[in-house]
Design a protein around this ligand. Structure first.
Ligand SMILES: [Mg+2]
Length: 317
C-alpha cells in the first residue's frame, strides 16, 4: 500500500468514527428509555429506510447532547491547537447554560454548579459518590481521532483528562480511555476486538476487572448489573454490538434495540463501528438528515459535511 492510499484509508476510518458516532446518536434518541426490541419492531429490516424518524422531542436526524459535546470538544482542540481543559470546560458550561434539550444528570450538576474546571467534577463525586455515567465515552470520537497519532498512552491520557472535566469517578475515566484506545486501534486498520486484552492491561488496575467482565467475548448486555446509562454496560454493549454484527448499520441497530440509554449506547457503538467500517459504510439516508444544533453558540447547526470537515481537520498533524 502506498503512503497516499494508507492516508486515504485512515481518513476514511477517522471520518467514519466522528460521523458514525453522530449518526448513531440521532436515530437512537427517539428510543431513549424505551424497551428492548422497540427499534426493530418499527424497522424490521436493515436498509429499509425511515429510521431517522424523530420523536420524543427530537426532529428527524437531530443529534443530541452526545454529539453536541463531541463537536465542542473538537472545536476546542482545533481552535486552541492543544488539549486546553479550561477552554473545553468553558465551552461545555456555556452550552449547559443555554438549556440544551437533553443533558446528563452528572454533566448538568457539574457544569451548572459554579465550581471551577479543575474541582467541579471531583466535588460532585465527593458529594454524590455516583459519577460513573456514560457521559464521557459518548463524546469520545473527536479526541480519539485527534490523539491517535500520538499512540496509545497519549490517547488514553487525553481521554482520562477530558472525562474528568465532568465525571469525578475514575471508573468513568477508564471507560473513556478504553473506548479511545479501541477507536485508535481501529483507525490503524487493526481489529479492535483483538485489542481488548491489551486495552484492559492498559487500564488502571483498580478498574480492570470490572471492564474485563463486560468486554469478555461471551458477555451479553442481558448480563449487565446496572442500567446502560452507566459506563460499564454502555461500553460492553457497544463492543458486543460490534462483535455480533457485520456492518455499521447492523451494529447501530443492535445498540438501539437494547433499549435504555439508546442514543448514547448507539453513539459509542457508532464511533467504534464507524472507525472499523469507514465513512462509506454509513448509510447516506442516515447522514443526509443528520444535523447538530449547538445551544449557546448562536444559531449554528452543523450538517454531515461540517462534521466531515471537522474530522478531517482533527486528523491533520
Ligand atoms: Mg443524548
Amino acid at each position: 500500500m502506498t503512503a497516499g492510499s494508507r492516508l486515504a484509508r485512515l481518513a476514511e476510518r477517522a471520518l467514519g468514527a466522528v460521523l458514525g458516532s453522530a449518526v448513531g446518536d440521532a436515530p437512537g434518541a427517539p428510543f431513549e428509555f424505551g424497551p428492548e426490541g422497540a427499534f426493530s419492531a418499527r424497522f424490521p429490516h436493515p436498509g429499509g429506510g425511515g429510521e431517522m424518524c424523530g420523536g420524543g422531542g427530537w426532529d428527524p436526524g437531530e443529534a443530541t447532547d452526545d454529539t453536541q459535546l463531541a463537536v465542542l470538544t473538537a472545536e476546542s482542540l482545533l481552535d486552541r491547537g492543544r488539549l486546553d481543559l479550561p477552554d473545553v470546560f468553558t465551552r461545555f458550561r456555556r452550552w449547559a447554560a443555554a438549556d440544551p434539550k437533553d443533558i446528563g444528570l452528572q454533566t448538568e450538576a457539574v457544569l451548572t454548579g459554579g465550581d471551577p474546571w479543575d474541582t467541579a467534577a471531583a466535588r460532585h463525586f465527593q458529594a454524590s459518590q455516583r459519577a460513573a455515567g456514560n457521559g464521557a465515552p459518548m463524546r469520545a470520537a473527536p479526541s480519539a481521532v485527534h490523539f491517535a497519532r500520538h499512540g496509545s498512552e497519549a490517547t488514553m491520557t487525553a481521554a482520562r483528562r477530558l472525562s474528568a472535566l465532568t465525571h469525578g469517578d475514575p471508573a468513568a475515566w477508564e471507560g473513556a480511555a478504553a473506548l479511545h484506545e479501541l477507536v485508535r486501534v481501529a483507525l490503524t486498520g487493526a481489529d479492535p476486538l483483538a485489542a481488548v486484552t491489551d486495552t484492559l492491561s492498559a487500564l488502571h488496575p483498580a478498574h480492570r476487572e470490572r471492564y474485563a467482565v463486560v468486554l469478555a467475548p461471551d458477555w451479553h448486555p442481558d448480563r449487565a448489573t446496572e442500567f446502560n446509562g452507566a459506563v460499564w454496560p454502555c461500553l460492553g454493549s457497544a463492543v458486543w454490538a460490534l462483535r455480533t454484527t457485520g456492518s455499521y448499520e447492523e451494529a447501530v441497530r443492535a445498540a438501539i434495540d437494547l433499549g435504555g440509554d439508546t442514543d448514547t449506547v448507539a453513539a459509542v457503538t457508532g464511533a467504534l463501528a464507524g472507525a472499523v467500517y469507514g465513512l462509506g459504510a454509513i448509510p447516506a439516508r442516515w447522514t443526509e438528515p443528520l444535523h447538530v444544533p449547538l445551544p449557546g453558540f448562536g444559531e449554528r447547526v452543523l450538517r454531515a459535511g461540517d462534521l466531515t470537515q471537522l474530522a478531517g481537520r482533527l486528523l491533520a498533524p
